[in-house]
Design a protein around this ligand. Structure first.
Ligand code: PLP
Length: 374
């Protein structure tokens, strides 16, 4: 079925460059750890991808560890940092709107005795004044996302680094950059953060491949999976060569694509809905390709059903947490939305394949949704 796909924040359509790279990798079927020519050919593909992902992150290739997902990279960073930093300090700083793959490991550490401070992200901005207060005593590490997966809010990571420097803090800074990777003009997080999580399927690669950047400063982060010692001992398990090759190709392509198209579509949709009665939640700094809205009096599920019947795919919040919705939505509550706006909210996310014509159809359909009002 041909969809009108406006859900790239859940997962992006694979790029042709990624599919081609994976196709080539399937014909180079050797194990990258094997010393014969087939193995070496597969290893070359992994090394090329490492160089491509590193270039997109502005870091050295040897600092990239390929893993199975953004979720795995977040778990490795957080549990690893707790091990190497836990003897010096027991305080962890994070935000009140992290993805579950950060929030849950941190909750587990809280149960083990760490003190957790969750900085406010009310209105879509990180509370740096609160952070300044919290830096008065030793901190083990911070884990703060670059861009929020539901609202598209971009948090001020360079501002966090400045405060760490100002207070002479030696705390390690981890960033879940799954949503922000290659979506924020001029971003050079590799110069700001000590560890960075990225995931292939949000930039036109495949599901099931991610990477963790580990700066030179961090020498002893433990491996999350041990075994054959692949990825320089940091992640055992035979590498997913097609997925990794696709990730590299997607990173290279996306880095050269630019963001003006998604930004333009977002602006067009906003302009088209100006007098529609819909509520727009627009954080002070936001991703160019995410628009978060509420349709007053129309539950998200009603709108999703109507849109879905027209082949239009949008999301009621993040796909990853859809099963958790019964527990409420901590991210939107942290943003400060009332229950009436949370239960009627939708996330629309654009990619380079969306057209102005599709955008006009979406606009029309959202106006129809607004008429479902109780
Ligand atoms: N972090 C954020 C902000 C995300 O949006 C997601 C996925 O939606 C993840 C982490 C998890 O990444 P993955 O799906 O590769 O496990």
């Amino acid at each position: 079925m041909a969809y009108l796909y406006f859900d790239s924040a859940a997962t992006a359509r694979p790029l042709p460059e990624a599919i081609d790279a994976a196709g080539r990798a399937y014909t180079e079927y050797g194990n990258p750890s094997s010393l014969h020519s087939a193995g070496l050919a597969a290893k070359r593909l992994v090394d090329t991808a490492r160089t491509q992902v590193a270039a997109a992150l502005h870091c050295k290739p040897e600092r990239i560890v390929f893993v199975s997902s953004g979720t795995e990279a977040n778990n490795q960073a957080i549990f690893g940092l707790a091990k190497i930093r836990g003897k010096r300090a027991k305080k962890i700083i994070t935000t009140d709107s992290e993805h579950p793959s950060v929030a849950e490991p941190i909750k587990a550490l809280e149960k083990e005795g760490f003190t957790v401070v969750r900085l406010s992200t009310k209105g879509g901005a990180l509370d740096l004044a609160q952070l300044e207060q919290e830096l008065q005593e030793p901190v083990a590490f911070l884990s703060i996302m670059r861009a929020n997966n539901e609202t598209g809010a971009v948090y001020d990571l360079p501002g966090v680094r400045k405060l760490l420097t100002k207070y002479g803090s030696d705390a390690i800074l981890h960033c879940d950059n799954v949503q922000g990777f290659l979506k924020i003009p001029g971003d050079r997080l590799g110069t700001v953060c000590d560890l960075i999580t990225v995931s292939a399927h949000k930039i036109g690669g495949f599901k099931g491949t991610g990477a963790l950047y580990i700066s030179e400063k961090i020498r002893n982060l433990p491996a999350h999976l041990s075994g054959g010692g692949q990825e320089n001992g940091m992640r055992s398990g035979t590498e997913n060569v097609p997925g990794i090759a696709a990730f590299g190709a997607a990173a290279e392509k996306t880095a050269s694509t630019g963001l003006s198209h998604t930004e333009l579509l977002r602006e067009k949709l906003l302009a088209g809905l100006e007098d529609s009665g819909l509520i727009f939640h627009i954080p002070p700094v936001h991703l160019p390709g995410i628009l978060h809205i509420s349709i007053p009096g129309v539950l998200s599920s009603w709108a999703l059903n109507l849109l879905s019947a027209k082949g239009i795919c949008v999301s009621a919040g993040s796909a990853c947490s859809a099963k958790e919705k019964k527990k409420g939505n901590p991210v939107l509550s942290a943003y400060g939305l009332p229950a009436s706006e949370i239960e009627t909210s939708l996330r629309i996310s654009f990619d380079i394949w969306n057209t102005e014509e599709e955008c006009a159809q979406l606009c029309e359909a959202l106006r129809e949704c607004a008429k479902l009002k109780r």
